[in-house]
Write a protein that binds this ligand. Structure first.
Ligand SMILES: *Cc1c(COP(=O)(O)O)cnc(C)c1O
Length: 396
C-alpha cells in the first residue's frame, strides 16, 4: 500500500501538509497599530488614546452603553459576578459542562456553584432545569454560549425577572455572534468577552465586561479602581484589538460558511456500516436574518457506538497527526471538583456524556476555505478505513 493512503498516525503523509494554521496569523493592520504606539509613545504609558477608542468601538459594535476593559476573560467573569453583587455564601448557577474558570470564579468569591445539566440536542445549558436549581441563596446565573451553539436567553431572562437573580452572559466563545438580532453578550444583565491568545479577537491576554446598567458598571469600577487600576488592559493591547474588531464581522461570516460546508460533508460521511462517526453541533445552531453563530470552536459529537471501534481520544490523536486541530472538549465540572464544592440538580447525565464524547475543532482552519474542509473529511475517511491499525497504535 502506498504511503499516501495510510493515515499520518500510521506513517502516511499528512493530508494537510501545511503546518497547523498560525493564530493570530499575519495582520498588516496590527503592525500599523503597533507602529502608531511607538510613534506616539502610548506603548509605554498608563493612559493614551487606544483604550478609550477601543471602548467606544466595542460600545458601538455591541450597542451597549458601558464597556469596561480588563486583564482577561477570567477576570471579566469575576468582575461581572461582583458587579451583580455576588458575595460569599451566595449561590451561582452554571452548566455542568462549561469553562473551568467560570466555576473557579464562583469559588474565588466564596459563593457556591450550582450545576445544571445541558440540553442533549444543543449541548448548552438546559434552561428548562433552571427553576429546579434556584434557592433563596441564588444571586446569579452564568450562561455560556459554547462551541458555536447558543443558550436561549429569553427564558433565562424571564426566570431572572421572576426570581430576582442576575444573568452573566459569557460570550468569550461567541464574540460577534448575533442572537435574536442582538450581539452575543448583550442580552444578560452583564456580558463578558475574552481577548486571550486563542480567541477570535486577541491581544494575547485581555477581556471586557459589557452592560447597559450604570449601577453594575459603577460597582465594577469601584472594585477595580484602587487608586490605580487593578485589572488593566494596556494601551498596546487595546491598539492591536481595534483593527481586529473592524474585521470580526467579515471573518465570522467566512468561518460560518466553512462550518456549514464542513457539516454538510461530515453528515454525508458514513462508515462502511452506515453510521456517522461525527455529528456536528451545527444542527442546533441559530440561523436567519436575526441570527448568526460565531465559532471559536466547532463542536462535534463523537459517536461512541460507531462501528469502527475507534475511541474518541485515539481518533482525535490521529486527526492531529493529519495536522487538524481537533481535541476533546471540556471535562464536566462535577467530575473534576470535590463534591463538597458544589451543589447539582440531578445526576447530570448529558454533561457526563459530553465529557466523554465531545470533540472541538479550533477555529483558524475555518479561514482557509474549501480545500481545508475537504482535507478534514478525507482525513476522517482514511482514519476510519484503517481504524483497526489506528486503534492499535500507542496512546500519547
Ligand atoms: C476563553 C474563555 C473564557 C476566558 O478566558 P481567558 O483566557 O481568561 O481570557 C471564559 N469563558 C469561556 C467560555 C472561554 O472560552
Amino acid at each position: 500500500m502506498s504511503a499516501s493512503e495510510l493515515p499520518a498516525i500510521l506513517g502516511g503523509t499528512p493530508l494537510r501538509t501545511e503546518a497547523l494554521p498560525e493564530w493570530p496569523g499575519n495582520w498588516p493592520e496590527v503592525a500599523d497599530a503597533l507602529n502608531a504606539c511607538l510613534s506616539d509613545g502610548s506603548w509605554g504609558k498608563y493612559h493614551g488614546p487606544n483604550c478609550e477608542a477601543l471602548t467606544e468601538q466595542l460600545n458601538n459594535f455591541h450597542n451597549v452603553t458601558e464597556t469596561i476593559l480588563c486583564a482577561s476573560g477570567t477576570a471579566a467573569v469575576e468582575l461581572a459576578l461582583r458587579g451583580v453583587r455576588v458575595e460569599a455564601g451566595d449561590e451561582v448557577i452554571l452548566a455542568a459542562y462549561d469553562f473551568k474558570a467560570n466555576f473557579q470564579n464562583v469559588l474565588a468569591i466564596g459563593a457556591t456553584p450550582v450545576l445544571v445539566d445541558i440540553d442533549p440536542a444543543s449541548w448548552q445549558m438546559d434552561v428548562s432545569q433552571l427553576e429546579a436549581a434556584i434557592s433563596n441563596k441564588t444571586k446569579a446565573v452564568i450562561v455560556s454560549h459554547l462551541h458555536g451553539g447558543r443558550v436561549p436567553m429569553q427564558p433565562v431572562m424571564e426566570s431572572a425577572a421572576r426570581h430576582g437573580f442576575s444573568v452573566v452572559e459569557d460570550a468569550c466563545q461567541a464574540t460577534g455572534a448575533m442572537f435574536d438580532g442582538r450581539r452575543a453578550g448583550t442580552a444578560g444583565h452583564v456580558g463578558v468577552l475574552s481577548f486571550g491568545g486563542s480567541k477570535l479577537l486577541t491581544s494575547g491576554r485581555g477581556g471586557a465586561v459589557m452592560t447597559d446598567h450604570p449601577e453594575i458598571a459603577q460597582r465594577i469600577r469601584l472594585f477595580t479602581q484602587r487608586g490605580n487600576e487593578a485589572y488593566p488592559l494596556s494601551e498596546m493591547q487595546a491598539a492591536v484589538l481595534r483593527p481586529q474588531l473592524e474585521r470580526l464581522e467579515e471573518r465570522n461570516i467566512v468561518r460560518w460558511d466553512s462550518v456549514r460546508r464542513l457539516s454538510n460533508q461530515l453528515t454525508q460521511l458514513t462508515s462502511a456500516q452506515g453510521d456517522q462517526i461525527l455529528r456536528p453541533l451545527v444542527d442546533a445552531c441559530p440561523v436567519g436574518d436575526e441570527d448568526r453563530p460565531a465559532f471559536f470552536k466547532v463542536g462535534l459529537q463523537f459517536d461512541p457506538t460507531n462501528s469502527t471501534g475507534l475511541s474518541r481520544d485515539k481518533f482525535s490523536q490521529a486527526m492531529r497527526a493529519e495536522t487538524v486541530a481537533l481535541n476533546p472538549g471540556f471535562r464536566s465540572l462535577n467530575r473534576i471538583h470535590s463534591k463538597r464544592r458544589f451543589r447539582t440538580v440531578g445526576e447530570l447525565p448529558v454533561a457526563n456524556h459530553c465529557d466523554e464524547h465531545v470533540l472541538v475543532l479550533h477555529h483558524p482552519i475555518l479561514l482557509e476555505g474549501d480545500v481545508a474542509t475537504r482535507q478534514i473529511c478525507a482525513s476522517v475517511e482514511r482514519i476510519c478505513r484503517h481504524a483497526a491499525e489506528v486503534s492499535a497504535t500507542p496512546v500519547c
